[in-house]
Write a protein that binds this ligand. Structure first.
Ligand code: SF4
Ligand code: SF4
Length: 424
């Protein structure tokens, strides 16, 4: 990584602690990513983004702030990025995916909080992530209890706006979410000093849709009998989409897809055709959480699709672009976001339908239900998923884990046994 120490100092980061993080990442990334064979050339850009993860993009965000722009940090796929970009601001994902930040979160949160929340709070309070330092305002949501309470702690350290996410999907809930989006527009307008007009919101809806369309195209390539990209690489591309510039991101993903489609045409896969195909469902995998994919793919199977927030939930649904008035655009946004099926909703049959549809579309041989420890929502929903998949005869492995490496070998043994059962 180039030298960004002055920038990190200006951000009042804990440089000593941050050095420890910077030292660990290259080894982890090298071992998990660069060791893969026959990777697409288009991954070079995404490798570069990781190599410069705390440098290049943070520097761009600071440049934007120096020109008077604002940066919003978000934690969940229910936050409408369209509104943020429409006001000339930038949205960046803040979800913590590293064990490195967990002890910092544990200083203020109960130990039995999910690692994603602990890491997100730890990254802010320990001052070891430039993105968490740069964001002028954080945007939280009322999805799960742990997050709701964590926002109150973060709010004492940084300006926060909380979006009230409905818990059900009745017509009145969608109306209520449209009202929340209107309120969010007002908050963003006041904070940035820029008006969100129908014209700029329309452009922003197209911008974010284009990013989603590029990811849809990427995932479509994974349906091929000879998969042209590993699950690990596809996961990395999706993780990076949360904080890269949306225009550049769509361009780079589409460039990668050109190459992947050529690979499919000449039958050049990264795994043999008989490799078992795995769908992973469950809680999000924020960067640099690559543990499960690494275990599955070093055991000889290939992850072909993720029904995760760092997967299909992020991009499957598009916003209707035909609306021309602000009211109609807000309605289109509310409808689109309420199509996403997170376990925070009750009931949530759409998620089970999604899993079964994706198993068929991607010809998955088996499903791994991945739960972060202490996530009551997803681990409880696992019961219903098991019932539904059993009824369809779809093999399922349920795992619960955290960000540490302690259970790595134990997980490997369980995954290998599952793959054997699939007839590897
Ligand atoms: S799992 Fe639910 S709460 Fe968590 S990021 Fe996804 S949508 Fe948001
Ligand atoms: S993984 Fe579960 S507990 Fe953790 S933030 Fe998401 S919904 Fe909440």
């Amino acid at each position: 990584m180039a030298d960004y120490r002055q920038m990190w100092t200006d951000l009042e980061m804990d440089l000593e602690k941050h050095d420890l993080l910077c030292e660990a990442l290259p080894d982890a990334f090298g071992g998990i990513y660069l060791s893969q064979e026959n990777r697409p050339q288009g991954m070079d850009f995404f490798d570069f983004v990781v190599a410069e993860i705390h440098g290049v993009r943070p520097a761009e965000l600071i440049e934007h702030q120096q020109k008077g722009g604002k940066v919003f940090g978000t934690f969940c796929v229910y936050v409408p990025d369209e509104v943020i970009f429409a006001a000339g601001a930038i949205s960046t994902g803040l979800c913590g995916g590293s064990q490195f930040w967990v002890p910092g979160g544990e200083k203020v949160l109960p130990t039995n909080t999910c690692p994603l929340i602990k890491a997100s709070v730890g990254a802010r309070l320990d001052k070891t992530c430039p993105f968490f330092r740069i964001a002028d305002m954080y945007v939280g949501e009322t999805t799960c209890d742990g997050k709701k309470k964590a926002w109150e702690i973060l709010a004492s350290d940084v300006p926060m706006h909380i979006i009230d996410i409905p818990q059900m999907k009745r017509a009145k809930d969608i109306d209520g979410f449209a009202e929340e989006i209107k309120e969010f527009i007002k908050v963003v307008e006041d904070f940035t000093g820029n008006k969100v007009t129908a014209q700029v919101l329309g452009e922003s809806i197209k911008l974010i849709n284009n990013k989603r369309k590029a990811l849809q195209r990427l995932y479509a390539t994974r349906k091929a009998a000879l998969v042209p990209i590993s699950g690990k690489d596809a996961l990395l591309v999706t993780q990076i989409a949360f904080y890269d510039d949306p225009t550049r991101n769509a361009q780079m993903v589409n460039k990668l897809c050109d190459e992947l489609e050529e690979r499919i045409a000449r039958k050049d896969g990264v795994f043999p055709e008989n490799a078992k195909r795995i769908l992973i469902t469950g809680t999000p995998m924020a960067i640099p959480n690559w543990k499960l994919h690494h275990i599955v793919e070093t055991a000889g199977a290939v992850v072909v699709v993720e029904e995760l927030c760092t997967g299909t939930r992020y991009f499957e649904n598009l916003v209707d672009e035909s609306a021309t008035t602000l009211d109609a655009q807000v309605r289109a946004l509310a409808e689109r976001y309420m199509k996403t099926n997170c376990a925070c909703f009750t009931p949530n049959p759409g998620r089970i339908d999604d899993i079964i549809r994706l198993v068929r579309d991607y010809k998955a041989d088996g499903v791994i239900d991945y739960n972060l420890q202490f996530c009551g929502l997803y681990s409880t929903e696992s019961y219903l998923i098991k019932q539904a998949l059993d009824a369809q005869g779809i093999p399922l492995l349920h795992i619960e884990t955290d960000y540490s490496e302690q259970d790595f070998e134990q997980l490997r043994t369980r995954v290998e046994a599952f793959l054997e059962m699939l007839g590897k």
